[in-house]
Design a protein around this ligand. Structure first.
Ligand code: SAM
Ligand code: SF4
Length: 323
């Protein structure tokens, strides 16, 4: 079992397989970065898998593949199969923008994938294009429908932004409810890479919009999930709110993150990281285990998004850490 320096049990590893992306979301990567990590510095799937095995052996039982856009990386199904075959009962999921999904969903399912979170910020083609800076909506919706048709478990992620997609909070809720899938509203997390023109919405503002139509009841966070769940009393539908600005958000944090270059990141907000690249390339499992434990021992107590006295603008790029 993995325990961090604040006594929290860590059982969830998020693995970013690429920082590259086919979207330019205003809140994440509005412009192509000055330079990408050179391809030769990216860890191969076999090297990433060596670390994932270490992490699983030490107590990780939930792995999420993310990015950048993970579906841009070739042979992702092979990577999923490696993880699935090593521990078939692991909770293995992907977060994707859905653009390339319809063509690969079957392969991913055959490899052992069961769950996907798909980002959907708008149901209006022009608004989706304004956020992603590309005409994306029809492909994303096709991807969602394909995943559902194959029986994959889907959740929708929406980042509400003032004056851009805030009028669609209820539309996205109804879209998800009609398909019996959960929507999770994510508070915009300020970061220096995002467009300076955008303004996020506080969780309370999001809830007030939902309350203008429905009565809602608090459920709470289910088993360390970052999502605080609510039930709509009128129809029993459950939606989630990811509210990193809330003071107790980090209390039960169970996550660490691995980048495509091999940096192990203890907290989404902070710059701190240690590389496991050399250890896995040299098959030095003891060294990889030591780094994992050291990173956990030094995991920060909490992020600074909710701290008005500190800088609430993270230097970390979401496209690098995988969100
Ligand atoms: N490209 C994939 C996608 O968009 O789903 C996976 C990577 S993306 C970094 C993972 C999640 O982070 C997405 O749901 C995205 O909406 C969210 N995200 C990115 N930047 C964010 C920010 N500044 N604040 C809140 N959520 C953000
Ligand atoms: Fe790409 Fe996802 Fe970031 Fe949008 S949120 S730019 S889709 S990595």
């Amino acid at each position: 079992m993995l325990i961090d320096g604040h006594g929290r049990r860590v059982n969830y590893l998020r693995v970013s397989v690429t920082e590259r992306c086919n979207f330019r979301c205003q809140y994440c990567m509005p412009e192509k970065p000055f330079s990408w990590v050179p391809t030769e510095k990216l860890l191969s799937f076999d090297d990433l898998f060596k670390f994932i095995k270490v992490a699983i052996d030490e107590g990780i039982n939930k792995v999420r593949i993310t990015g950048g856009e993970p579906l841009l990386r070739e042979d992702l199904d092979r990577f999923i199969k490696l993880i699935h075959d090593y521990k078939p009962d692991i909770d293995l999921a992907i977060t994707t923008n859905g653009y390339l999904l319809s063509n690969v969903a079957q392969k991913l399912k055959d490899a052992g994938l069961k769950r996907l979170n798909i980002s959907l910020d708008s149901l209006k083609p022009a608004v989706a294009a304004q956020i992603a800076q590309k005409n994306v909506l029809s492909h994303v919706l096709e991807g969602i429908e394909k995943a559902l048709e194959l029986g994959l478990k889907v959740k929708i992620n929406m980042v509400p932004l003032k004056g851009i997609n805030d009028s669609e909070i209820l539309d996205i809720l109804e879209y998800a409810r009609e398909r019996n899938i959960q929507v999770r509203y994510i508070e915009y997390m300020e970061n220096i890479h995002a467009s300076s023109d955008i303004k996020g919405m506080h969780g309370k503002e999001i809830l007030n919009i939902i309350k203008s139509r429905y009565t809602i009841k608090k459920i709470g966070r289910v088993s360390n999930s970052p999502s605080f769940n609510y039930e709509i009393v009128e129809n029993g539908y459950i939606f989630g709110l990811i509210d990193p600005h809330k003071h107790d958000f980090c209390e039960d944090c169970n996550r660490i993150r691995l980048t495509a270059e091999g940096y192990l990141i203890p907290c989404l907000y902070f710059d701190e990281a240690q590389s496991i690249a050399e250890a896995v390339k040299a098959n030095n499992i003891d060294r990889a285990t030591t780094i994992l434990k050291d990173v956990l021992a030094n995991k920060p107590k909490e992020n600074r998004w909710g701290n008005e006295e500190a800088e609430n603008n993270s230097h970390r790029a979401f496209f690098e850490t995988g969100g």
